[in-house]
Design a protein around this ligand. Structure first.
Ligand code: ADP
Ligand code: ZN
Length: 230
């Protein structure tokens, strides 16, 4: 038995002892394996907030799409939103760099998103959350309090390595946080930064491999740099 499994068993038996009358469930801190699905059971009628944060190419969209697909397989009602600003692949879909897709509704503002949320929706997905306005923070709390599972993916740092609002605030209010990493295209180590590879001082310069690449702490520079790969 691995250490993780042992921990799991101890925890589960403790929870059974303490809450033997109720269906339990909050095992997050102790169970690392496949915790995602087991930990998230609604209690007291509230939902919760999950944030997936990381650099470009780190697999945020992939992870978001994976969770949304599983929710759909479980026959939960899912709605997905993305900011109208990111038209990188398709207006009606969110897409990962590796090609997975999921239907989504483009919205210009948080208020517009909230108008479209249906009462009976159980799972709300939000991609590219760094492009939303600050009202997304209260909105995410409101949705979670009304019983919805809110899954938010976004870039946590801009091209200069600064925290990309409103992601820091969303990370603060989330019950669950997943940090994803890419591979540094220069040296192969863990990449935590999105290196801009075209000259522009704009904070928002929408693009993918044509304008950015993943870099580690050592290889990243907080302004435009020539691309590593031709
Ligand atoms: P994000 O939403 O974080 O930008 P995506 O989910 O869209 O990430 O894309 C992740 C995919 O990007 C990976 O599975 C891989 O196929 C591809 N990819 C391209 N460049 C890199 C890189 N430098 N490191 C890791 N994955 C990369
Ligand atoms: Zn590197």
């Amino acid at each position: 038995m691995t250490f993780g499994e042992l921990n799991d068993r101890l925890l589960v038996s403790r929870i059974h002892r303490e809450y033997s009358q109720k269906a339990f469930l909050m095992v997050e801190e102790f169970a690392f394996d496949n915790a995602d699905e087991r930990r998230k059971v609604r209690q007291n009628g509230t939902g919760w907030i999950e944030v997936i944060a990381g650099s470009m190419f780190s697999g945020k969209s992939e992870e978001l799409i994976r969770r949304l697909n599983r929710a759909r397989i479980a026959r939960q009602r899912v709605q997905v939103f993305k900011p109208g600003i990111d038209e990188r692949y398709s207006i009606e879909e969110i897409a990962s760099h590796s090609g997975q897709k999921h239907m989504s509704i483009p919205v210009a503002t948080t208020a517009e998103m909230m108008k479209q949320v249906k009462d009976d929706t159980e799972v709300i997905g939000i991609d590219e959350a760094q492009f939303f306005d600050m009202a997304i923070i209260d909105a995410a709390n409101e949705l979670a309090e009304s019983g919805k599972r809110v899954i938010i993916a976004g870039l946590d740092q801009d091209f200069t390595g600064k925290p990309f609002e409103p992601m820091p605030q969303l990370l603060s209010i989330a019950e669950f946080i997943t940090k994803t990493h890419a591979i540094c295209v220069k040296c192969g180590s863990t990449a935590n930064y999105s290196q801009r590879t075209v000259e522009s001082e704009e904070l928002v310069e929408v693009g993918a491999a044509d304008k950015y690449e993943a870099r580690c702490r050592r290889c990243f520079i907080p302004h435009a740099d020539a691309p590593t790969l031709p």
